[in-house]
Design a protein around this ligand. Structure first.
Ligand SMILES: *[C@@H]1O[C@H](CO)[C@@H](O)[C@H](O)[C@H]1NC(C)=O
Length: 151
């Protein structure tokens, strides 16, 4: 993959995320999604995630875009039935004997990056509030904080 098409994919992912945030902020619903969801169970969530990303940015100026891309490629359980390669549960999952993970699927293998930073975020959150924040939410919140740190 050329760096130009890689850049285009990141730009598309960033645009999709910004669009999602815009829609989430302007439509009314049953309020099942809320930015205050972790306010009582993990009150320092944003500060912790932001701190890990700020550390990573010291040595990796691309990490914000890479984290947004991981969120963009994260996936639901059992989607693999429609897509024979990858995408079953999470981009954070490794291959098994019977499942080719999204992480190693064509287009992501040796291209998707930032897994170490997600691991650092997960460790920091498990120290502060064990068993509370899901991996899918970590990718979403890391994307939000990345946008705010690098835009
Ligand atoms: C992913 O890349 C690694 C390292 O290049 C390689 O060993 C592995 O076979 C690749 N996985 C797939 C599914 O192509």
């Amino acid at each position: 993959m050329s760096s130009s098409s890689s850049y285009n994919i990141l730009a598309a992912a960033a645009a999709a995320l910004c669009f999602t945030i815009l829609i989430a902020g302007t439509t009314s619903s049953q309020a099942q999604l809320t930015p205050t969801f972790y306010d009582t169970t993990c009150p320092d969530l944003s500060t912790i995630v932001r701190g890990v990303i700020e550390d990573a940015l010291q040595t990796d100026s691309r990490i914000g875009g890479s984290l947004i891309r991981l969120h963009f490629h994260d996936c639901f359980v059992n989607v693999r039935k429609q897509s024979p390669k990858g995408c079953d549960g999470s981009i954070l999952l490794d291959n098994t004997d019977t499942i080719l993970s999204e992480k190693e699927a064509l287009g992501n293998n040796n291209s998707a990056r930032g897994f170490d930073v997600v691991g650092n975020i997960k460790s920091a959150l498990e120290n502060a509030c064990p068993g509370i924040v899901s991996c899918a939410d970590i990718l979403a919140i890391a994307s939000k904080e990345s946008v705010s740190l690098v835009c």
